[in-house]
Design a protein around this ligand. Sequence first.
Ligand code: PXP
Length: 238
Amino acid sequence: MTNLSVNLNKVALLRNTRNFGRPSVIEAAATCIKAGAQGITVHPRPDQRHIKPADVDALSQILSVEFNIEGYPSLEFLDIIRKIKPTQCTLVPDAPDAFTSDHGWDLAVDGAWLKPIIQELKDLGIRVSLFMDADLSQIQRAKEIGSDRIELYTEPYATAFRNGNVESVFQQYHTAAEKAQEIGLGVNAGHDLNLHNLEKFCSIPGILEVSIGHALIADALDIGLFTAVKEYLQILTK
Ligand code: PXP
């Protein structure tokens, strides 16, 4: 079975276009948890365009499920992580002005400075995951620098699925997930997963967690947040 961590960035993005707190990130988290989601994910970005540090604080006080905080390990981001000590921290190689995360780490370049950060977070009792492409040599490096898990960046899979030519890309992800598990890394996945492409992706054995935001919140506009979470969970428990 694969756990669902609902990414609430888009709820915060909508909330930020008015100044009276609606829709509420906290209420949305409570609804997701009531519907059975096993986790909540947020991605506080330097420009605070969606999740703000105050949201991270408030969520940390009410969450009864896994809290996954993702982001680029800047000084400000690491201060939030040290203070909140979430269950999991997913490190992402985003430039400060990134539109959305669009690639995994190149650990040949960034592995050396990430290694002590990973160790520090692990010493604080935080599980560390690295956002990675389906690239076997990079995945090997993730293990070597001490990561507990990787999160496979699934946008290329989602695009191939949408274009009807998913098989070879799917095989790459299958092989990458297998390799990661062989060397002792847990495997998460995320980006552009949705009600159509999720079941096939999660047919890869051992995917521990998917983090889903955009599509799930878009579905919630049609069917409500509670029902949307239930529909994703139904796929994940098949
Ligand atoms: N994982 C990471 C590292 C992300 O940056 C995002 C988007 O914030 C997601 C997963 C979720 O992607 P989506 O919103 O497309 O479901």
